[in-house]
Design a protein around this ligand. Structure first.
Ligand code: CAA
Length: 247
């Protein structure tokens, strides 16, 4: 690799996101992420800089197409054209469907799924022109198996893989691979927000007997970005401790 590749990880300040940022920086990529809360993001960036992990941060709301277009412009002007995109930003608004509000539905779909349009659209033409790109969607076990209380989240996460396999077909001849990583229950703030008694029942269903670690997900993202992974496209890699083994 003659020049350092540029990677954009959305939601990089979050639990799995921070581990992905560290992984990609460790692989020698220049890494950028978006933020909505400037003070929180500055503190996060300074902490990582102190560990020797430089990250460029740009204001951007992944649920808003215009905000994403200006975020990508800012990153490309300051860091360089985006070669690697990890669509990782995601939220939950859990509720059984018969009680779910439109707000709970649309916030999740906008942040988890429509974000794939909003962030990928401004970077895809550059990747096609340069004939190289890597795109990874961070989906979820619950997009594969469904989950009581997550009709909004499961629909958005299943949609992400539909996006992956279409984009993979359209862009293969431009040297762009597009893949999905589907984490199971990882010990982040998002999972720790699930009521304890519910969470304990979920962990009891995991054959490997514990929650995942963010680094274990980040490792899989790194796998798809490795030069030796250049013949893998349209794949979904499930990492869930054996919780769901469908294929
Ligand atoms: N299967 C069958 N029944 C279930 C059930 C399940 N998995 N979960 C709950 N129920 C039942 C309860 O036993 C209860 O039954 P009774 O009324 O007979 O006692 C009933 O459903 C409760 O239903 P309510 O509509 O009253 O729901 P609630 O307001 O109590 O909350 C919930 C339900 C929001 C689904 C709550 O149980 C919850 O938060 N569950 C966890 C959902 C989850 O796994 N979220 C994952 C977040 S992390 C993440 O998303 C990351 C990732 O990618 C993995």
């Amino acid at each position: 690799m003659s020049q350092q590749r540029v990677a954009l990880v959305t939601g990089g300040t979050g639990g799995i996101g921070t581990a992905i940022v560290r992984q990609l920086a460790g692989m020698g990529f220049k890494v950028a992420t978006n933020y909505r809360d400037e003070a929180k993001a500055n503190a996060w960036r300074d902490k990582l800089a102190g560990e020797g992990v430089p990250v460029f941060i740009a204001k951007g709301d992944v649920s808003d197409p215009e905000s994403c277009a200006s975020m990508v412009r800012e990153i490309e002007a300051n860091v360089g054209p985006v070669d690697i995109l990890v669509n990782n930003a995601g939220i939950t608004r859990d509720s059984t469907f018969h009680k779910m509000t439109y707000q709970q539905w649309i916030e999740v779909v906008n942040t988890n799924l429509n974000s794939c349009f909003n962030v990928t659209r401004p970077v895809i033409e550059g990747m096609r022109a340069r004939k190289w790109g890597r795109i990874v969607q961070i989906s979820s076990i619950n997009g594969q198996k469904g989950q009581y209380g997550q009709a909004n989240y499961a629909a958005s996460k299943a949609g992400m893989h539909g996006f992956t396999i279409s984009l993979a077909q359209e862009n293969a001849r431009f040297g762009i691979t597009v893949n999905t990583v589907s984490p199971g229950y990882v010990g982040t703030d998002m999972v720790m927000a699930v009521p304890e008694e519910v969470r304990e029942k979920i962990v009891a269903q995991i054959p490997l007997g514990r929650l995942g670690k963010p680094e274990e997900i980040a490792h899989a993202v790194g796998f798809f970005l490795d030069d030796n992974a250049s013949w893998i496209t349209g794949a979904n890699l499930a990492i869930n401790g054996g919780h769901y083994m469908g294929w």
